[in-house]
Structures are given as C-alpha cells and as structure tokens.
Write a protein that binds this ligand. Structure first.
Ligand SMILES: Cc1cc2nc3c(=O)[nH]c(=O)nc-3n(C[C@H](O)[C@H](O)[C@H](O)COP(=O)(O)OP(=O)(O)OC[C@H]3O[C@@H](n4cnc5c(N)ncnc54)[C@H](O)[C@@H]3O)c2cc1C
Length: 533
C-alpha cells in the first residue's frame, strides 16, 4: 500500500510529524521498532512506583504548550520547581530572583572567587534576557499568524525586532562552553560545578542558558510520557496506521518504498525519517540506485555521518525507597541538580578517562583500575535527581518514594565494559557509588532505606532506540564536524536531505536536540511533506 507520508520512528519528532500530516488529511503510516511509542520519553510503573526512564520534566520553550493547543490537546501539568545544591548547601529556584541565591551559594562555596562568580552571574543574567526573547513568545510555527491579528501585530512583529537584535549575540556564543569558562575563571572546582553537567563542547549559549531552563520546566500529571500518550491518542484518532515492533530496515529512494523487518514493502510520497540518521543511510542500497548522481549523493552523506559521533549519553539509577515523600521534600524540590563535591570533576572525565582507556587499548578492559576511576567519578560528578512523587502524589505507593538519579556518562566506557564481560559487576559498583555520593551529605539515611534498584546505561539507551552512541540530544559537539543544523535561524533547512522525497526530523536533524526541537522539526517536516517537497 502507498501512503502519502511514511514516518519512521515514534519518538517526539515522529509523533509530531505524523500528527500534523494526519491532521491535514493525508494518509500516514508510522513505523516504530519498539513495542511502544515515545522514544526517549518513557514512564514505567514498577511495584506501584512510576519512573520516568528518559526526560524528567518537559521544557516548554514556547513550543510544547502552543503545539498542544494547536492540536486541541490538553495536558494536565503540575508544578516542577527545581533545587540546586553543592555538598550540603541547597537553594530553591522559583523565579528570576533566585539567581541572587545561586550567586550566594557559589560565593559560599568558593569564597576566594567572588569576582569570578560575579562575572559568571553577569553573563547568565544577560543570557536569561536573550532566552526571554528566544523562547519568550509562543513559537509562530504553532500559531495561525495570518488569522490571529492580535498575535501578529501585538506579539510577533515587535518580537521579530528584538529577535534580530538578539540572534547575532546568540550566534557569537556558539563556541564550546569549556573555552568560555576558561575565560571567566581559572578555578577548576568552579569551572566544573558550572560546566560538568553539559555535553562536551556544548555551544556556550545553549549551556549557559540553564538557569532559564530551570524556570521553564513543566511536569505532566502521570509522568513525562503522558505527553507522548496525548500525541499517540491524537495520531490514532486521526487514522494514522501505527505499526509498533516494525523496524524499517531498507529504503529504496527510487521506488519510494521502505521495507520492514518482515520483508513487507510500503510505498510513500514523502518519507519523514525521525530515527537515528546513520540508520537511514545504511538502509539505502546504493549499488541498486540507477541514477549515478543520487547514488553519489547518498554515499557522500553516509560517509560523512559514519565519521561523526553521538552526543554524551546518560547513566540512570532508579531507586525504590522506604521513606515517605515528606522526608525528601524537607531537603529539596522534586527536581534537583546536585554536586556532592565542590572540587568538581576537573579533568577526570576528559583526558583522565582518555588516558585510562588508552592504557588498556589492547585486550579487555580490566575491572580494578576502572572501578577506581568510577569511585572518583561518581563522588565528584553532578547529578540530576528527580522525585516524581513530589510532583504528583499518585506516582508512588503510600509512605514510599521513587528516586531517579542520573549523570552524563561516556558511551565508549560502557561499551568497553560490556565487551569485557563485566557489565553486571559494573552496574552494582556504579549503583553503590552513586548511592553513597548522595548518602554522604544529601540524604544520610538513604543507603539503609533503598528497597530495590535498577539502572539504565548508554548501551541500554542505544539498544532501546537504536541511537548512535546512546545519544540523547543528537550529534556530538566535540567531534571534528557537526553534520546537522545547529543555528535557530536556519532551522527550516534542518529537515532537508539529499534524497528526493525524504525529509528528516528530531535530534539528528537539529542538534542539540531535546523534546521541543523534536516537535518543531517534526512539524516543519510535515509542512514540507504537505507541500509535496
Ligand atoms: C535521561 C534523559 C534526560 C533528558 N532530559 C531532557 C531535557 O531535560 N530536555 C529536553 O528537551 N530533552 C531531554 N532529553 C532528550 C530528549 O528526550 C530527546 O532529545 C528527544 O526525546 C528525542 O526525540 P526524537 O524523536 O528525536 O528521538 P527518539 O526519542 O530517539 O526517537 C526515535 C525513535 O525511532 C525509533 N527507531 C529507531 N530506528 C528505527 C527504525 N529503523 N525503524 C523504526 N523505528 C526506529 C526508536 O525506537 C525511537 O522510538 C533527555 C533524554 C534522556 C534519556
């Protein structure tokens, strides 16, 4: 059967693309390799606890709520305030004014570095003003600009003037955050505390906008996957042919067909690829392409992408704790960014790790030196701690609390450990070390109260989504080359591929990705498909 639009990948981007194409009356098929939709946004129930397996809270970014409104969907949201802590000193972040508390927290931690802290704060304050412009209005892509004259004249046109003035400043801050921090301070601890929870080489503007992001989080009642559930309901109601457990393994760009794992072929007028991008080019048999120019273009793009890596990935520990939510609420909000050691990671996770892996490049990675590295890493990294029941009381059994603890983690190290055959020992060791980092000062009773635990690693994420290197926001920024659009003013081009009739969307189309940009690119791709491009 031939569809107007075939969407591959049922994550945020694929769901948005399918929703908009179907809403316009096109026949749409959506193929997803897993048994359920949502991609990296999943919430699972275990023994009465609901755990968000990927995304911990939803950033609106002027995109998510306007998109839901445009689709006529209502998401019940609850407050999702953030706390920030270093060692045993924590603050709550609930307004722009909290920046002053954050400054004081940093000065208390680094008393000799007050001048450096003030320089960093001045920069964050300026970026927050730019973020208020960038995400300060409902994104025009999700508004009926020509009909909504109040929005057009009262909001959009005045905003465009401010946007033009702001975007130049944003583009000038596209260098790596590490280089920017080097200019602001030479204190390794302060640099680490500010910078170590960003992906390596993250563009400085994106990284340093974190304080604005803290104020922009929403939490869907029922867990973050409730957002994906709404979109899934929408696409099913609008007649999308949803095929789960259906990986697309081959694409014939001349016949305009895709083939699923069972050998079934499905025709398309437009294909929107919302999954790992290396997989798209691997799925095309270039030797079977009759047009030599197309064969060359596909081969060139495939070779370009094969040389690129995915962004950092994440290690997550899920704890069921015999302690009531009130005990956790007395410490922090339900979403906490926490560094257990003011010294930060220093060079441990960069050249320290490289050196460790290089020392054992031949043969399997041995346990002992890696465990020593892990002990130091987990004692000094920054954690994102999420406690769903503090946001929605239905998400844990009475008197108990589910806690999600995560940190950025190197895919290559996890892969080498898996290849060496000691993944189970690694998981136990990592879970103990992470728990003890939080028990030391944050939750002194935690170690004794954990009743059960499980973990996901970068390799788990890779296996679940097929995403290169277990990446969660697209391409690495510290590689030699960034093969995707990464500037907001060029976002419309991010969905284009060199293959006629094939568009792309999601974290591999625009990096760094994330849910709002997945939705935005999903809609952009659907719009192009509707115009037959
Ligand atoms: C722990 C964690 C925290 C995060 N925190 C944030 C945050 O705070 N803010 C934020 O914005 N983002 C965050 N993210 C990132 C965000 O979740 C992702 O960037 C976003 O969900 C990506 O959506 P996507 O649709 O582009 O890709 P994915 O979610 O990866 O979806 C791709 C889908 O394609 C499917 N697929 C792959 N290959 C095939 C094939 N051949 N055939 C059929 N289907 C296929 C996969 O199974 C998957 O379902 C976080 C992610 C994680 C894991």
């Amino acid at each position: 059967m031939r569809h107007d639009v075939v969407v591959v990948g049922g994550g945020a981007a694929g769901l948005a693309a399918a929703a908009y194409a179907a809403r316009a009356g096109r026949s749409v098929a959506l193929f997803e390799r897993q048994g359920r939709l949502g991609g990296l946004v999943q919430s699972v129930a275990r023994d009465g606890f609901v755990f968000d397996m990927g995304l911990r809270a939803v950033e609106n970014a002027g995109i998510v709520l306007p998109m839901l409104e445009e689709l006529g969907l209502h998401m019940e949201v609850v407050r999702s305030p953030v706390s920030v802590g270093i060692e045993n000193d924590l603050i709550r972040v609930d307004s722009h004014a909290s920046l002053a508390d954050y400054r004081d927290l940093l000065v208390r931690t680094y008393p000799d570095r007050a001048a450096d802290v003030d320089r960093i704060m001045a920069l964050i304050r300026r970026i927050m003003r730019d973020m208020d412009v960038l995400y300060g209005i409902d994104n025009p892509l999700f508004k009926d600009v020509l009909r909504d004259r109040r929005y057009l004249f009262g909001t959009l046109l005045p905003w465009m003037v401010r946007f033009v003035a702001t975007i130049g400043r944003i583009n000038r801050m596209s260098g790596p955050v590490e280089a920017l921090l080097d200019e602001l301070t030479d204190d390794p601890g302060l640099k680490g505390i500010i910078g170590q929870h960003f992906f390596k080489g993250t563009p400085a503007f994106f990284a340093m906008s974190y304080f604005s992001v803290y104020l922009d989080y929403l939490y869907p009642r029922g867990g973050t996957a409730a957002l994906m559930g709404l979109l899934e309901g929408f696409v099913r109601e609008h007649g999308v042919d949803v095929r789960t457990r259906s990986p697309i393994v081959a694409v014939d760009p001349e016949a305009r067909t895709v083939s699923d794992g069972d050998g079934g072929a499905h025709g398309y007028r437009t294909l929107i690829w919302c999954a790992d991008l290396k997989a798209l080019y691997r799925a095309v048999d270039t030797t079977a392409i009759a047009d030599p120019r197309l064969a060359r273009a596909v081969t060139a793009r495939r070779d370009e992408l094969e040389a690129c890596s995915g962004s950092d990935s994440v290690l997550s520990l899920f704890l069921s704790v015999d302690e009531p939510p009130a005990t956790f609420a007395a410490v922090s909000e339900g979403h906490l960014f926490y560094a257990p050691d003011a010294r930060g990671l220093g060079d441990l996770h960069t050249w320290g790790l490289e050196e460790l892996l290089a020392r054992h490049v031949d043969g399997p990675l041995p346990e002992e030196p890696v465990k020593a590295y892990l002990d130091a890493f987990f004692a000094r990294t920054t954690y994102e701690v999420s406690i769903p029941v503090l946001k929605d009381p239905d998400l844990a059994p009475p008197g108990k609390t589910g806690v999600i603890v995560s940190c950025l983690f190197d895919y290559g190290l996890t892969r080498r450990i898996q290849d060496a055959g000691w993944t189970d020992a690694f998981r136990e060791h990592a879970a103990d070390a992470m728990t003890s980092a939080l028990t030391k000062q944050l939750y002194p009773w935690l170690g004794a109260r954990v009743r059960s635990r499980f973990m996901t690693t970068p390799v788990t994420l890779e296996a679940f989504t097929g995403n290169t290197d277990g990446a969660i926001v697209g391409w690495a920024f510290d590689g030699a080359h960034m093969p995707a659009v990464h500037q907001m003013q060029r976002v419309a081009r991010s969905v284009l591929t060199p293959i006629p009739g094939v568009l792309q969307a999601g974290q591999w189309a625009y990096s760094p990705g994330g849910v709002p940009m997945a939705f935005l690119t999903g809609k952009l791709a659907a719009n192009r498909a509707l115009k037959g491009r």
